[in-house]
Design a protein. Structure first.
Lengths: 174, 190
């Protein structure tokens, strides 16, 4: 699924490089079928953000498609088949935003299933006492737009909208 | 034809359009992370074959459940007609034979579609809904085999004193088999 992280940097965020702390970060996706919902989380997120002196920031976040776990092995396996994990093993997000803690809108690009699409990504950035940044956000992506053949059950396909939630901690990188 | 001024205006318009587009679509062609290690090779053809066979398995499974339900209903009607009370007419016997053999055939086809589906991707460990589905269907398969034997044996005991007992055993095993089938379908659908 998509790894989305928007890093918002404001005047109270020092310029420099920040790395995602995988032990404290998660990415989650939710897809909906008429009969049930599939909710999977990845705890193997890697990413980096660079805050420029002018206050803007760029970020790149990546996660292996195979790292998402829903607790249902059958559905996870089905998702790997659907996502052609052999050809497209990663989901990648790149974003650009103006500095600012609090609620911020980032212009982002999601590369999923080999297709890149741009999305506006709203996030909330909070500076933590230990100097890290806690970023939380959510947005929807279109499975059809990324050329993904939506799985079906009893000949009814899952909804096109895939809801993404990000909960990341970034720490100053050396 | 365009003169020089027209070409200059056109070039200016083009530049403005590109600038506007760049503002709306900022360049995101940077790389902040190291190149990831290559992913393990996956047999994509096997993945497609698996999807096709499991889709067919799903369709066949729906048909199987329908005919099994019909068989269970007709089986109960047949038992009630032959052994429960009142005169035995045998009017459900042929229908029960047809739906019974139909259920066996549908079960075999549905099962084979799943058995022959390849597994090109690594499986996650643990007892999940697919494992429960397989256990339920294995139970149903054993039940169907027993039902075939009991059904033929019962029909050959016409006139014998123990025929009603054998018919009752066939009935009970039939319900247990249908329950296993229902569980196996339910864990996948819901």
């Amino acid at each position: 699924m998509i790894a989305a992280l928007v890093l918002l940097l404001a005047a109270d965020v020092a310029p420099g490089s920040y790395a995602v702390d995988p032990s404290s970060s998660t990415l989650r996706y939710v897809v909906t079928h008429k009969l049930h919902e599939v909710d999977a989380t990845s705890k193997e997120v890697e990413g980096r953000a660079v805050v420029r002196p002018d206050g803007s920031a760029i970020t790149e976040i990546r996660a292996q498609v195979a790292s998402f776990r829903s607790g249902d092995g059958n559905r996870d396996e089905h998702m790997l088949e659907t996502m052609n994990v052999g050809s497209y093993p990663y989901v990648i997000f790149k974003g650009l935003a103006h500095a600012g803690t609090g609620a911020v809108q980032m212009q982002g690009q999601v590369e999923l299933h080999g297709v890149k699409k741009q999305y506006p990504v709203p996030v909330m950035v909070e500076a933590q006492p230990d100097g890290s940044l806690h970023v939380k956000g959510a947005f929807d992506v279109s499975l059809d737009a990324h050329g993904i053949e939506r799985p079906s059950l009893l000949f009814v396909k899952i909804d096109d909208a895939c809801h993404i939630e990000v909960d990341l901690v970034l720490r100053g990188a050396k | 034809m365009f003169d020089l001024r027209s070409w200059v205006l056109l070039a200016g318009l083009l530049a403005l359009t590109r600038a506007a587009a760049a503002q709306q679509n900022p360049p995101l062609d940077f790389e902040l992370l190291e190149k990831p290690p290559p992913a393990p090779k996956v047999d994509e053809a096997a993945v497609r074959r698996r999807r096709t066979l499991l889709l067919l398995h799903q369709g066949a499974g729906i048909g199987l459940y329908a005919v099994a339900l019909a068989n269970t209903v007709v089986g109960q009607l047949n038992y009630s007609d032959r052994f429960a009370s009142g005169p035995s007419t045998g009017r459900y016997q042929l229908a029960h034979q047809i739906t019974g053999y139909g259920t066996l055939g549908a079960f075999a086809v549905t099962g084979l579609l799943a058995v022959f589906a390849p597994n090109p991707l690594p499986k996650t460990a643990g007892f999940d809904r697919v494992a429960l589905h397989e256990v339920s269907m294995a139970t149903a398969a054993a039940g169907m085999a027993a039902e075939a034997v009991l059904g033929i044996w019962t029909s050959q005991r016409e006139g014998y004193l123990n025929q009603p007992d054998m018919a009752a055993a066939h009935l009970v095993v039939g319900y247990v088999t249908f329950a296993a089938l229902t569980l196996g379908v339910g864990v996948i659908v819901f």
